[in-house]
Design a binder for this molecule. Sequence first.
Ligand code: ZN
Length: 452
Amino acid sequence: MIKFLPLGGAGEIGANCFYINLEGCGIILDCGMHPQKTGVNALPDFNLIENLPVDYVLISHAHQDHLSALPFLVQKFPYIKIISTPQTRALAELTLHNSISILKEQVNENDGLKIYSHEEIDLLIQSIDYRAYEEKFYLRGYHHREEDVSEVTFHDAGHIIGSASILIKKNGIKIFYTGDINLQDQMILKRALLPAGKVDALILETTYGSTDSNFIPGWKDEAMNFAQHANKILSGGGSILIPVFSLGKMQEILAAIWKLMETGTLSKTDIYTGGIASKISRVYDYNRYVINQIDPEIELKSIVQKDLYGVENPDDFFKHPCIALAPSGMMIKNTASYLLARRWIKQNKSAIFTVGFMEESTPGYLIANSKKGDKINFGGDGEEVKCTIKQFRFPSHSKREDLLEIVKRLKPEKVILVHGDADAIDWIGAEILKFYRGIKLYAAEKGKEIQL
Ligand SMILES: [Zn+2]
């Protein structure tokens, strides 16, 4: 019997973590932390698997909401075996070390969390076994018979570098977990490669399920649109702030800006980046001939960039026109993009351009949905937005028609919807039921077991 049990990431984009019991072999898919919560509330609920077999954890990609709770899982189950792609392993080393200082600021002793040390992370990283895309590998539970194994392959998910969808085969049953998946080309990465043939159960992300795809153009068209608006601001003497995730969106947007400047579509100007994003760019550069890159000649290191964190007086950003790429992507409170935006909104000539998905509860959503002249509560009381605000969409997740395309191509008998808000799950669920009547559909709920 195969059982599926969500420990987090069900009905929300949060601490993604799903447990599968494959006839006695316990496999965990992803182990993320909720980006907007702190302490134990940010973690998946590991108590749900206290008395169940726990043998492996497979990590789909290195974003915080899929990876960052891993050290806490290892504290609880020290014998667990971790497997990811080599790129995810390299990124995990950067991001997990980086998150120690952030956790120390956020967490106090009453939160019940034991913050891990840099030595623990070194040990954890060394213990990660890594597998390339399309390479078959085999998992065997501790209590299993010799012949009783599962076959697993990672498939390129086209979301960020090293991102994988995961196919598990066991006794003729195929389970496919999309992770975060993108069926369109970005600027650096090519689209996802789905496995051939049908699967029995599909665990499907639904991030853009409630977003009308008319608002999600292709990267190339949106880049032209971006250049047009950016030129206006820059030629008027203004500077542009772009909130981005350090992992993925920053590298893709930097490559897009560089290409636009090289072709003369966008005026050449100073570009500010920095911090962990620059270290992550090195991982993109090292792997550019290994991964599915559209143009392997793009080397991020060779794009001239100024250090975002080396600017002593923030007023300097407004002395000459510039473009600043700052984390976090959703402008979470007290991050660089949030603090800079507090200054940017006071600047008449300048602009904030948003480029990705914003969750409704985040400061980024508030900014993206306001306009010049509005009064908003953004760290103060009813401040007037003086700068221009413009929303762009450079998606790294599949638009909703593409999510349905995955269902069409993989012909599953069962679909479990994860990683989306209630509206997203409703829309995708209704469409699946309309077009694929035989499919058994489930919306994942934390702690609620589903038999596959
Ligand atoms: Zn992701």
